[in-house]
Ligand binder design. Structure first.
Ligand SMILES: C[S@@+](CC[C@H](N)C(=O)[O-])C[C@H]1O[C@@H](n2cnc3c(N)ncnc32)[C@H](O)[C@@H]1O
Length: 237
């Protein structure tokens, strides 16, 4: 059973204003309970969005966090890191994870990715080609993603068609599908539906974000049948 006392310390309004999907901090709180992070480690926070996860990593674990994102600018995240007093530990970087990540080989002691890996890592080559070189052997890896309870192979269920497009839905897969993609790269591989699934979704739906307002009807139509959140942890092989 997971406890989320770390996330509970943060201002709910600040979190809600910076959500881009299901509560990223709660998801991170859960996945980091299954890996070992130590002060001074160099961590790649890939697809960090508005940096909530990087703030958490810096504050809660004292790790040096490279906060990489595509849609959110480095300046935008830098301002948030200053506001939260973590600009010494969280380094904002604007980069596309599918092109070339601007880091030295074996630079990172850990990889974290919350609610973003499904956009760029949902294929057989990504981890091997783009991430494995950057992460030290044996380094902890923790990924949290939205997924599906059973494999849908990109077919949107009728009830969800009004809310989703083919491209977005094609990024969502089940536990068995993700196991085939990532198990071969990780020792101590573990994959499961996240305990925080319901709370992380409800926190998002309660936020003022216009996309969340639209997702309320989607989650009503979904009615617990298809969508979940999936955690994947292990150590880089
Ligand atoms: C739904 S948002 C989640 C953001 C954040 N992790 C969170 O949970 O609040 C997905 C994030 O994935 C990032 N992303 C998608 N494709 C990317 C890529 N090719 N390279 C880097 N980041 C990417 C986007 O920039 C976006 O911020």
């Amino acid at each position: 059973m997971y406890k989320y006392h770390r996330t509970q310390k943060y201002d709910k309004r600040f979190l809600s204003q910076n959500f881009m999907g299901p509560n990223a901090m709660l998801m991170l709180d859960e996945i980091t309970q299954s890996i070992e992070l130590m002060k001074g480690m160099r961590v790649l926070d890939l697809g960090c969005g508005k940096g909530l996860t990087s703030i958490f990593l810096a504050k809660e674990y004292g790790v040096q966090t490279f906060a990489v994102d595509l849609w959110i600018s480095a300046t935008d995240n830098y301002r948030r890191f200053l506001q939260m007093g973590v600009d010494d530990l969280a380094i904002p970087i604007h980069a596309n994870a599918t092109v070339e990540l601007p880091f030295a080989d074996e630079y990172f002691d850990a990889l974290i990715s919350v609610d973003s890996y499904h956009y760029f890592g949902n294929n057989d080559d990504y981890f091997e080609k783009h991430l494995k070189p950057l992460i030290k052997k044996g380094a902890p890896v923790a990924i949290a993603i939205p997924g599906t309870k059973q494999e849908m192979n990109g077919t949107i269920p009728d009830e969800l068609k009004p809310f989703l497009d083919d491209e977005g839905f094609a990024t969502l897969h089940c536990i068995k599908w993700w196991t085939q993609i990532l198990e071969k790269h990780l020792d101590d591989f573990s994959i499961k539906e996240m305990d925080c699934t319901d709370t992380a979704w409800s926190d998002w739906l309660a936020s003022d974000n216009p996309i969340a307002k639209r997702d309320i009807d989607m989650m009503k139509a979904e009615n617990g049948k298809y969508l979940n959140l999936i955690s994947i942890t292990g150590k880089r092989r």
